[in-house]
Design a protein around this ligand. Structure first.
Ligand code: ADP
Ligand code: MG
Length: 715
């Protein structure tokens, strides 16, 4: 391993750390640029140091002119054959010249870079890099980057940084190379030396220098390896550390039932309109066991759409209530919260347990009343949207929090709930998104995972087909037959209103222009001409909560047969009588989203159909739709989505609220993640409080890197 620079493990308290220096104090940063740097979330020298390149320009592989390929960005070394000419047209300037090497010649043009005319000299050789156009043996290049070809100053691999409008590559490069010498001296090597040796990782100083200024491909690999490890070490270690702090400093209410309350719970379960599946029972037992202890439960329940997670949550909440604690259920939308309230109220009948629904639209007086009753303990179960529930709600004895569709929330959005005695509640998190275990660890810290594999008996898998505009009449026929049979239909559009669709097209002029069917248009059409006497309803996110609630209730009551909707119905909505779903512009949706949407039908015992409408006849879009047609297994689709689209899209790590990673990739680097996990286990086993010399600086490092981003209620 190269040990190019010394470890700098000096006491950070001795001098103010250079890494904390505000970027505004760097010489080249004027105030206009400061705000642009802030846009990139760069505030300090440390942020600059960890602003890793998104790629590199390779100036080491020089291509002879005759071998330059059309349309690719390439580097070549060439002699300036012709004195550069400069022409001005109004505000536009054009510099032209001809370059050559032994193999051929190439024409070059620079727009609006008049200084080039004086920078390059006839009969001298330079390095050029740009996108080449080639037509047979005629070569041309526009606005190539330019470097001196002198031995020693030739650039090699040049970093390319992600920018924002107003910042240039040159500016960011200069800024970063300016802080590097002092920066790498100040950076701490947070990885314990024996760990570094075992994992064969280079020093921090070497890594931070070479990631920005690699002298070879090999150096770059060595630097990247270390930094990827370090980043995953910090995020995973940080989550563990913060969680540990929470666990050791806090207690949850241990909940247990008497024979009498046990009977109440059993009675309520028996009154459910179905028998619990084996998996549901197992998960419920796991929850009960966790909740009977004083260590806060931290459990994720994973189960595909329709697997019956709600029942598990309800039973856990009733258990908590009967054990003398309050609980709160958070849903991502008010539609879903309202639905949960209805289901739970039915479930609680005869148990003496009280539930309340709290939404943004709840009248102020009612909100006040609910809050008072929470404080006195008269309300045992609180249900609502996430936005509302975190907001100053104080419980008398909060024992359990349940988050439905957790993948919809970020870590930072997780509300911190406390009750009067500052107990930490047991936590139950439910998600339909299949997350590999290693990822789940990163996402939720050291949580326990329960999986519901089985789907309630009697379900028939939803049949899925694709269709085009020309199939419309046939579709109308299918809709009519379903409605006549007393069933209901969801008809999903990608946008609410027509204008919104047009704007969207404007933004994407370069993409193929395509009309998106809006919910309002479709609703007008279906209720006007196609099903004039049918019962068509409209539901979208732009409507007032009370309107949405009314429509949803009429749909659930069967007063609306055809519900034209946007993706507001995507998660959780449960109407077992709905048997047909039509999705317009299906190519617009992600695979997991289509799977979730489709999960709205096929919830009863009737045969259900899902139709994916799309004008796309080939390509990736078509392939993705085919994948949805071919399976109803969410886990298989998740895998497929990864293959087809690449990792970023499916899980949308941002959406999950993982601290934004700067260099590691959770999918590419799963093996590193696993090793980090083992290494951390060893460290925490040997030194749980991280007080031994090689570990003592870790807590600080966790906070420096992720402290403002991850959940750590105890700090
Ligand atoms: P999800 O896991 O997607 O949240 P839900 O909890 O909404 O699923 O359940 C889907 C449907 O299945 C609901 O109508 C629910 O009443 C029903 N259900 C739940 N558990 C069972 C079961 N054990 N047997 C039959 N139906 C069930
Ligand atoms: Mg659900």
């Amino acid at each position: 391993m190269p040990e190019m620079a010394k470890d700098s493990t000096t006491d950070p308290k001795a001098t103010p750390n250079y890494l904390d220096t505000d970027v505004s104090r760097l010489q080249s940063v004027a105030s206009r640029r400061l705000s642009l740097l802030h846009k990139l979330e760069i505030y300090t020298v440390y942020d600059l140091l960890t602003y890793f390149p998104r790629g590199y320009q390779d100036w080491t592989h020089l291509v002879p002119i005759v071998e330059l390929k059309d349309g690719q960005e390439q580097s070549f070394s060439a002699l300036v054959r012709q004195k550069p000419s400069i022409r001005r047209k109004g505000r536009l300037s054009i510099v032209r010249s001809v370059l050559s090497d032994e193999s051929g010649t190439i024409r070059v043009v620079w727009f609006n870079q008049p200084y080039i005319a004086t920078r390059i000299k006839k009969d001298e050789t330079y390095l050029f890099r740009g996108r080449v156009r080639r037509d047979g043996t005629v070569f041309a290049v526009t606005n190539p980057a330019l470097e001196s070809a002198d031995e020693g100053t030739a650039p090699g691999l040049k970093p390319v940084y992600a920018l924002t409008a107003g910042l240039t590559q040159g500016f960011v490069r200069t800024l970063i190379s300016g802080i590097l010498p002092q920066g790498i001296m100040a950076v701490q090597d947070i990885l314990p030396p024996d760990l570094r040796r075992r994992e064969q990782l280079c020093t921090a100083a070497f890594a931070y220098e070479k990631i920005h200024q690699p002298s070879s491909d090999e150096d770059l690999q060595i630097a990247a390896k270390r930094l990827i490890y370090e980043e995953l070490f910090l995020v995973q270690g940080g989550l563990r550390w913060f969680r540990r702090q929470t666990r050791t400093n806090t207690r949850a209410y241990p909940l247990s039932l008497t024979n009498e309350t046990k009977a109440v719970l059993e009675g309520a379960i028996l009154r459910l309109p179905f028998r619990l599946t084996e998996d549901q029972r197992t998960v419920i037992e796991e929850c009960k066991k966790d909740m009977s202890g004083g260590i806060p439960m931290n459990r994720l329940v994973q189960g595909d759409v329709g697997s019956g997670k709600t029942a598990v949550a309800m039973i856990a909440m009733l258990y908590a209530a009967l054990g003398g604690g309050q609980s709160v259920l958070m849903a991502p939308t008010s539609i879903l919260a309202t639905q949960h309230m209805a289901t739970i109220s039915r479930f609680l009948e005869g148990t003496g347990v009280e539930a309340a629904l709290l939404l943004g639209s709840t009248p102020a007086a009612e909100k006040r009343r609910i809050r008072e009753k929470l404080l006195t303990g008269q309300i045992h179960l609180l249900i609502g949207t996430h936005a509302v529930l975190g907001d100053g709600v104080v419980f008398r004895r909060l024992a359990l929090t349940v988050t439905d569709e957790q993948h919809r929330f970020g870590v930072r959005q997780r509300a911190a709930f406390f009750d009067r005695d500052n107990h930490i509640p047991h936590t139950l998190v439910m998600s339909a998104t299949p997350i590999p275990r290693t990822l789940a660890l990163i996402l939720y810290g050291d949580l326990d995972i329960s999986i519901i594999h089985s789907i309630p008996a009697g379900r028939i898998p939803v049949e899925t087909y694709t269709a085009e505009d020309k199939d419309e009449e046939r579709l109308f026929g299918i809709v009519r037959r379903q409605v006549e049979a007393g069933h209901q239909v969801y008809w999903i559009c990608p946008t609410i209103a027509a204008s919104e669709a047009d704007n969207d097209a404007d933004d994407n002029k370069e993409e193929e222009e395509e009309r998106l069917l809006s919910a309002e248009e479709l609703y007008a059409r279906l209720s006007g001409e196609v099903f004039p006497d049918g019962k068509v309803g409209l539901l979208h996110g732009g409507m007032k909560p009370s309107e949405k609630d009314l429509i949803m209730r009429r749909f659930l009551a069967g007063e609306i047969s055809i519900l034209v909707a946007t993706t507001v119905v995507e998660v959780g909505v449960d109407n077992p009588n709905a048997t047909l779903m039509i999705i317009e512009n299906a190519e617009r949706f992600g695979l997991s989203q289509l799977h979730q949407l489709r999960g709205r039908v096929g919830r009863g015992t009737n045969r259900s159909i899902c139709v994916l409408k799309s004008a796309k006849k080939e390509g990736l879009a078509k392939e993705r739709l085919k994948a949805v047609c071919s399976t109803t297994d969410g886990f298989v689709l998740a895998q497929k989505d990864l293959e087809l689209r690449g990792p970023g899209d499916f899980f949308g790590t941002r959406q999950h609220g993982i601290p934004a990673l700067r260099i590691a990739n959770l999918f590419r680097d799963t093996d590193v993640l696993a090793r980090v996990s083992l290494d951390l286990e060893r460290i925490f086993r040997e030194d749980p409080d991280l007080t031994m010399p090689p570990h003592a600086m870790l807590p600080k490092a966790f906070i420096l890197r992720f402290g403002s981003e991850i959940e750590h209620p105890s700090l």
